[in-house]
Write a protein that binds this ligand. Sequence first.
Ligand code: ADP
Length: 139
Amino acid sequence: MDNGDFVPDSVTNKMVRDRLSEADVESGFLLDGYPRTTAQVDYLDEILAKGDEKLDVVLQLTADDEELVHRLLGRAKETGRSDDNEAVIRHRLDLYHEQTEAVVAKYAERGILTQVDGIGPIDDVTDRVMQAIKAAQAA
Ligand SMILES: Nc1ncnc2c1ncn2[C@@H]1O[C@H](COP(=O)(O)OP(=O)(O)O)[C@@H](O)[C@H]1O
């Protein structure tokens, strides 16, 4: 994790499977940062199919790479997270382009992807996210 690589799917998948089996999930759930690989998409599909459930919406928060590097270097100053140094941040962005863009494409093909502009003040981005969720619920 410290060098920015993904944790093995076996680890992440088990964490998500266990969490999704808890009782509070019956009223709904939000996954942040999962799935990030197409293998994880397939695994999540299986979990959801077993529970006769489906995803209502997939939100993609968009921001260009240089903005993200800038933000994460800022976060490093505040939290001292060991994976928030420039080399590791750029590696995480490379992995995003190599592996997670394909995840986004899959959900776009299924017609459940909504893109949300992630540039701007936190309150504005939050409003956009809430609107996107409401629009998905109304659909
Ligand atoms: N879905 C996933 N699959 C594999 N590894 C993951 C996944 N989500 C998070 N990780 C691991 O945890 C690290 C931190 O992830 P996360 O906290 O979501 O980053 P950020 O806060 O920058 O969005 C990732 O760099 C990766 O090593």
